[in-house]
Design a protein around this ligand. Structure first.
Ligand code: ATP
Ligand code: MG
Length: 191
C-alpha cells in the first residue's frame, strides 16, 4: 500500500485491512513515499518521521509490514520503481497487489510504463468518503475497485487539527499521537 502517510491514520489501516480480507492477502506492506512530487506545494514531513509513524501504526498487526524502498531511493517516487524494487526483493514467486486510493490510481496510471506496471502487480483502488467510486480514467479489467468502510479521515485534516491544538486521538493510532507530540510535528503550517 503506497501513500505519503503524513501522518498515517486509521482510514489507511481500515483500507489495508479490508483489502487484505477481500483479496485473501498474506500480508500488507506499507510503502511510504520518498519525496512526493505531487505535493511539492507544501513541506512534507521528513521521510524518516513518516516511515517511523508507519512502523509504529502497524507494529501490533502480524500481517502488516513497512518497506523503506521509496524513502531510501533518491529523487521523486514513481510507482514503477516501487514495484520493480518490491518484485526484486520478494522474488517472482509472490503475487503483488498495489493498493492505493482510487483517486491516486487514476493519476498513477496516466504515467509512463503502465504496461510494465500491470505486469508487476494487480492494482486495487480503494474509495474514501467524499470521493465517488468511479472507474473513470482507469483501464477496464486491469484494476479492482473496493469500497472500504467509510472513515472520513485524511492526513490533511490530522495535520490541521494538530496545528489548531485539536486532538487527533482515535483518528490515528495512539503511538502516532505520541510520536507527533514528542517530535512536535505539524505545529506550523509550513511543516
Ligand atoms: P493528504 O490529505 O495529505 O492527501 P491522505 O489522507 O490522502 O493524505 P495519503 O498518504 O495521500 O493520505 O493516502 C494514501 C492513499 O490512501 C490515498 O490514495 C488515499 O486515497 C487513501 N486514503 C486516505 N484516506 C483514506 C480513507 N479515510 N479511506 C480510504 N482510503 C483513504
Ligand atoms: Mg491524499
Amino acid at each position: 500500500m503506497g501513500g505519503t502517510f503524513d501522518p498515517i491514520h486509521n482510514g489507511h489501516l481500515v483500507a489495508a485491512s479490508e483489502v487484505a480480507a477481500r483479496f485473501d492477502l498474506d500480508s500488507v506492506v506499507f510503502v511510504p513515499t520518498g519525496q512526493p512530487w505531487q505535493k511539492s506545494h507544501r513541506m512534507v514531513t521528513s521521510a524518516e518521521n513518516r516511515y517511523l509513524m508507519t512502523v509504529i501504526a502497524t507494529a501490533s498487526n502480524p500481517r502488516f509490514f513497512v518497506s523503506r524502498v521509496d524513502v531510501d531511493r533518491p529523487g521523486a517516487t514513481y510507482t514503477i520503481d516501487t514495484l520493480r524494487d518490491l518484485r526484486a526483493e520478494y522474488g517472482d514467486g509472490v503475487e503483488l497487489f498495489f493498493i492505493t486510493g482510487a483517486d491516486a490510481l487514476s493519476q498513477i496510471l496516466t504515467w509512463k510504463n503502465v504496461d510494465e506496471m500491470f505486469s508487476l502487480a494487480h492494482f486495487v483502488g480503494v474509495t474514501r468518503p467524499g470521493h465517488e467510486l468511479s472507474s473513470t480514467g482507469l483501464p477496464t479489467g486491469k484494476v479492482s475497485l473496493l469500497e472500504v468502510p467509510a472513515l472520513a479521515i485524511s492526513s490533511t485534516d490530522c495535520r490541521r487539527r494538530v496545528q489548531e491544538g485539536l486532538p487527533v486521538w482515535y483518528l490515528v493510532p495512539d503511538g502516532v499521537v505520541q510520536h507527533i507530540a514528542k517530535h512536535e510535528l505539524y505545529r506550523s503550517e509550513d511543516g
